[in-house]
Design a protein around this ligand. Structure first.
Ligand SMILES: *Cc1c(COP(=O)(O)O)cnc(C)c1O
Length: 225
């Protein structure tokens, strides 16, 4: 893991970021309080995360189960109200660990994973809210359910009684993200889902204008990886 940068304080990063969130929310006629900031701390160790905890940031995102399992249990003993989100792809053999460690999972994107999650949630007696990740750019190398299969995956999650709270997407790099955010929003409305996990350091303002409720911001807080 990278060493913590020492040339900034957590407040110096959090305060302007929150101002930008407020500004974009107001521009879109939305309440800033309706947008959750998920601080994506992947690749940064506990030393880098701790100042953000001390500054009051409580929602964090990780993209690897193992890295989160190494980093977070000790931190959570001191900050009991941390909410931990899995934002990266989830392999079926890590599902039990993910269900016991995370409070929200953003990367449910296939039937086999839905089956495994339902089984793990039943076994551990723990219902973890999930986002369904959608491959909005139809990119072969990317995670996310194909647009044509979203309806059937949602039907399966209902049958399995998985708590699905919204949709998540990562638009293609190098393309204008707003149309992809708008598409995700349209899909969520069509399927009666409330939350939209979209927007990262480079495009969260556009995502907020298109209705994001959960933005996933890493480098704008912790620095370059
Ligand atoms: C790393 C990551 C982020 C954060 O990206 P930044 O550009 O550093 O803000 C958000 N979402 C996912 C799925 C990621 O893997």
């Amino acid at each position: 893991m990278t060493n913590p940068a020492t040339d900034y304080s957590a407040d110096q990063r959090l305060t302007p970021l929150k101002e930008r969130i407020t500004t974009s929310a107001r521009r879109a006629g939305r309440k800033p309080g309706d947008i959750r900031l998920i601080a994506v701390s992947k690749t940064f160790g506990a030393d880098a995360v701790e100042p953000f905890l001390a500054a009051g940031q409580r929602i964090y995102g990780e993209n690897r189960v193992q890295e989160a399992a190494d980093k977070w249990p000790a931190l959570r003993q001191r900050y009991l109200d941390v909410e931990l989100h899995l934002v990266g792809q989830l392999q079926s053999n890590k599902v039990e660990d993910a269900v016991s460690l995370f409070d929200v999972i953003h990367s449910l994107d296939r039937a086999s994973l839905a089956e495994a999650l339902a089984k793990a949630m039943a076994k551990l007696n723990r219902r973890v809210p999930c986002f369904i990740q959608v491959n909005v750019g139809e990119e072969p190398q990317k995670g996310g359910v194909p647009l044509s299969e979203l309806g059937s995956l949602l039907a399966l999650t209902k049958k399995l009684d998985i708590p699905v709270v919204g949709l998540m997407a990562v638009p293609p790099v190098n393309l204008e993200p707003a149309p992809f955010f708008a598409l995700l929003r349209k899909l969520a409305v069509r399927h009666g889902l409330d939350r939209l996990s979209m927007g990262m350091s480079g495009d969260f303002e556009a995502a907020i204008e298109q209705g994001a409720t959960d933005i996933r911001v890493g480098s704008a807080l912790f620095g370059a990886r």
